[in-house]
Design a binder for this molecule. Structure first.
Ligand SMILES: C[S@@+](CC[C@H](N)C(=O)[O-])C[C@H]1O[C@@H](n2cnc3c(N)ncnc32)[C@H](O)[C@@H]1O
Length: 275
């Protein structure tokens, strides 16, 4: 499903996709927290319960989007990256990866991945690339990283650096599914000079409220969550070199203003280079 600006993308717009609206799903709950319209009553009910448990969740979700935009700007700018693999991309909102990357370098190529049918139904918005670059969408699960790598070669050249993005997704991979091995498989497939950009909801920032929210989400949402502490999140960067300022609260990663820096983001965030 590769697409360029103004080009018809067969199957990406009108392909019928079915989804269960009776149970909350993370892509739609997150859309609700961000003020989007692609959510249903069950998503809003879970989202509201989560807000009661952790009143800063909407600000935290926004801070995560702002961090993501800053990280992509750094990658396409200072780091010179032209290829992105954005896994767990979410329902299209503002500042999607290709928009930010292509505003720095129009030739950037982005492969989006998600396993949610609602995200799939919106794939066309993610495929509206600048004509100098290109985007693609894969309906795939992070628990099968090899399938993602096999699909990404349609657009990405794995002999050149790639930025692997895992923004607010690893909390859905419990330890039983060995998320460190999944990250290692992805980073093993990209050459030196590639990057890992990651954010992860924290169990040790605003710990009590985050634990309450995890309890609510694990009762009401189809995808379960495992929030992690800073030490556990830093384990995902094994063998990689974190760029400044290291693994920090998402709002503290190269904030553009005092206001951004002071956002109560309950996520750890970092960008690291493969040597
Ligand atoms: C909290 S949202 C984050 C969206 C976006 N990355 C961001 O940070 O703004 C998590 C996304 O990951 C997707 N997701 C969750 N588990 C997944 C899995 N096992 N494989 C692929 N996508 C998954 C969800 O469908 C959702 O769109």
């Amino acid at each position: 499903m590769a697409g360029e600006w103004g080009q018809e993308v067969p199957g990406s717009r009108d392909k019928p996709v079915s989804f269960d609206t009776s149970v909350a799903h993370v892509a739609r709950v997150y859309d609700y927290w961000l003020g989007g319209k692609d959510n249903f009553a069950a998503d809003r009910a879970a989202g509201d319960k989560a807000i009661q448990a952790f009143p800063n969740i909407s600000l935290s979700a926004r801070a995560n989007r702002a961090y993501q935009a800053r990280a992509v700007r750094f990658l396409a700018g200072e780091a010179g990256i032209r290829q992105f693999l954005d896994i767990g991309t979410g329902i299209p909102t503002v500042n999607h990866t290709h928009q930010v990357a292509q505003s720095a370098a129009p030739e950037c190529r982005v492969v989006y991945v998600d396993n949610d049918p609602v995200v799939l139904s919106h794939a066309r918005a993610l495929l509206a690339s600048h004509p100098a670059g290109a985007t693609d969408y894969l309906d795939a699960d992070l628990r099968d990283p090899q399938k993602i790598l096999d699909g990404a070669v349609r657009l990405l050249d794995f002999s050149r650096p790639v930025a692997v993005m895992l923004m607010a997704i690893l909390q859905h991979i419990d330890d039983e599914h060995d998320p460190r091995a999944i990250v290692a498989t992805l980073m093993g497939a990209v050459p030196p000079g590639s990057y890992l950009a990651l954010s992860h909801p924290a169990s040790d920032i605003d710990a009590e409220a985050m634990a309450r929210m995890a309890g609510v989400l694990n009762q009401m949402m189809a995808e379960k969550v495992a929030f992690r502490d800073r030490a556990a999140v830093s384990g995902f960067f094994g063998g990689l070199e974190l760029v400044e300022p290291g693994l920090v609260q998402a709002s503290k990663w190269r904030p553009a203003s005092e206001m951004e820096a002071s956002s109560p983001a309950a996520l750890w965030a970092g960008v690291a280079r493969k040597k």
